[in-house]
Write a protein that binds this ligand. Structure first.
Ligand code: NDP
Length: 233
């Protein structure tokens, strides 16, 4: 059965790999990002800033009108604006919180009515191991990603009676544009027990599993996908 899947941040990196994963399964995939770009095979691509609640609501509404209830929502869009807290500007703090946490809430809230009516659905948030490890320069990012875990676990309890699952995938160091210029990249790679950074498809496979039938009894979970980077933290 072809599912209606929405992936935020589908224009590149992890989100693009996730969108491609579902396209390959024969699902109808809608990609949301500021640029409005989505991988080949997607049913629709829309330019949406996830920090804009009205824009998110309108995009999801249009998608439901066209493709029916949302089966899977992958909340992946995210940004980093690293800097030591002592010098972090309000803007750096707000931009990360607005995209990575506010935006995640707006996306989940927007798909819930159709999932609740349909008595089925899976929401997968892309978190990070950053809040579990304590990474210097990421007070804003770690706060947002830690917030996601609390939000997901609360949501999971609110919608479980409608057979909707809500989970978090927490990647470690993954090769994408986001990590190309990461100052601590080399040092971090040296600390990965499996010996190398992950690829976007390493994350896509786990997201695909969580959205599928084999994971229907998993909700409120945080699945760490980091090659062992956060072990011992
Ligand atoms: P990229 O920078 O490669 O891609 C980010 C994606 O998010 C792009 O598609 C971008 O599209 C979209 N995006 C950013 N801001 C917004 C916004 N306001 N509204 C809509 N879309 C937006 O990042 P990654 O693929 O590496 O990261 C994806 C997710 O995985 C993020 O949540 C990140 O925090 C998380 N993550 C990544 C890790 C890594 O090592 N790469 C590690 C742990 C977590 P556009 O510019 O077109 O808007």
């Amino acid at each position: 059965m072809s599912r209606h899947v929405i992936v935020t941040g589908a224009s590149r990196g992890i989100g693009a790999a996730i969108a491609q994963h579902f396209v390959a399964l024969g699902d109808q995939v809608v990609g949301l990002s500021r640029s409005g770009v989505a991988p080949a095979g997607c049913t629709d691509a829309r330019a949406v800033d996830v920090a804009d609640a009205d824009a998110v609501g309108a995009a999801v509404k249009a998608s439901v009108e066209r493709l029916g209830p949302v089966d899977v929502m992958v909340v992946n869009a995210g940004v980093t604006r690293d800097g030591l807290a002592l010098r972090m500007s309000d803007e750096q703090w707000r931009e990360v919180l607005a995209t990575d946490l506010d935006g995640a809430f707006y996306c989940a809230r927007a798909v819930l009515p159709s999932m609740v009516r349909n008595r089925r659905g899976a929401i997968v948030f892309i978190g990070s191991v950053s809040p579990f490890m304590g990474v210097p320069g990421q007070a804003n990012y770690a706060a947002a990603k830690a917030g996601l875990v609390g939000m997901a676990r609360s949501l999971a309890t609110e919608v479980a009676s409608r057979s909707i699952t809500v989970n978090v995938v927490a990647p470690g160091l993954i090769d994408t544009e986001m990590t190309t210029d990461l100052a601590s990249r080399e040092a971090m790679t040296a600390r990965i027990p499996l010996g190398h950074a992950g690829t976007p498809s390493d994350i896509a496979g786990v997201v695909g599993f969580l959205a599928g039938n084999h994971a229907r009894y998993i909700t409120g979970a945080v699945i760490v996908v980091d090659g062992g980077l956060s072990l011992g933290h």
